[in-house]
Design a protein around this ligand. Structure first.
Ligand code: NDP
Length: 272
């Protein structure tokens, strides 16, 4: 099954559903989960240096035996890495992953000590060298984007953010700012939080995960999720065949989410 793609501002195409190796897989060997995901048809894999499992992500990729050109592999710069160490950290990631390049390299979290601009320049340098086909950021607010955009030679392609109805009011201005300032596409993590992290879980006969992912896709972001279960991975990949939510349905979800703000990741970054 081929997954639809979103075109980034640098012309590259990203499959809209990714399986990540953080959260539930953080610090754990993810080789089997990744092999399973690829065998189910997942082509977009979201890793990070901070997850401490890039070598097993690489092992899962190798075990699945798919051509490199069929895969879209992401990693993220470990928070706290200095600009001077960006290239060596990426080379280390590539060695662990067993790859010559990543498709997307993200700054995992904004550094707010005045160095973010030079870190971005180091990201531009690894991009120019071809070690990362696209570069972007994660957990960046509008102010964090403003700290790099004026002097950026390469506009970030992606800003990876927590996106679900409970944070949409807070996140929408960031999504909008990125779209209007260089066409930055947002990628979403934690998209299932209303189902699995909110105090009261709701179970409905339709698949709630598909509704949440559909809502995210119709907001113009793509989805980074995690699953170790074949049935769930297949359910997620089917999302592109689910009919679009109506404007009324999207508005109803927006309204329900806006009643209570709940962020599950990066509270210290966003301050809410
Ligand atoms: P989601 O919110 O999509 O949640 C996925 C998790 O939900 C999986 O562990 C899955 O477990 C579980 N799940 C799915 N359905 C149910 C259900 N019905 N009942 C109970 N549990 C369920 O995404 P994540 O929060 O896991 O994040 C996805 C990825 O995003 C991470 O792996 C990471 O790559 C990235 N990320 C990035 C961050 C950043 O700062 N840039 C921060 C956080 C995440 P199961 O295996 O059982 O299906």
């Amino acid at each position: 099954m081929s997954v639809p793609t979103i075109k980034l501002n640098d012309g590259s195409e990203v499959p809209v559903i990714a399986i990540g190796t953080g959260t539930a897989l953080f610090g754990r060997d993810c080789a089997n989960a990744i092999q399973l995901a690829i065998e189910c048809g997942v082509t977009h894999l979201d890793g990070a240096q901070a997850y401490g499992n890039e070598a097993s992500l690489g092992a899962g990729i190798k075990a699945a035996g798919k051509p490199r050109s069929d895969l879209y592999v992401v990693t993220k710069l470990k928070p706290g890495t200095k600009a001077a160490d960006v290239k060596s950290s990426l080379v280390d990631s590539l060695n662990k992953l067993g790859l010559d390049f990543v498709d997307l390299f993200l700054i995992h979290t904004p550094s707010r000590d005045g160095t973010v601009q030079e870190i971005w320049q180091a990201m531009e340098a690894v991009h120019a060298e071809g070690l990362a086909k696209s570069i972007g950021v994660s957990n960046f607010t509008v102010d964090d984007l403003k700290a790099i955009l004026p002097r950026a030679k390469v506009i970030p392609s992606v800003n990876q953010l927590e996106i679900h109805p409970y944070v949409w009011k807070a996140v929408e201005p960031i999504v909008k700012y990125g779209r209007e300032n260089g066409g930055i596409t947002c990628s979403s993590f934690g998209g299932l939080s209303p189902l699995i992290r909110a105090p009261r879980r709701t179970r409905r006969p339709v698949t709630p995960a598909q509704v949440l992912f559909k809502w995210i896709l119709q907001k113009g972001a793509f989805v980074v999720t995690t699953s170790s279960k074949e049935a769930r991975i297949k359910e997620y990949l089917e999302v592109s065949h689910v009919p679009d939510l109506t404007a009324e349905e999207i508005q109803a979800i927006d309204n329900a989410g806006a009643k209570q703000h709940k962020r599950f990741f990066g509270k210290q970054i966003f301050g809410d």
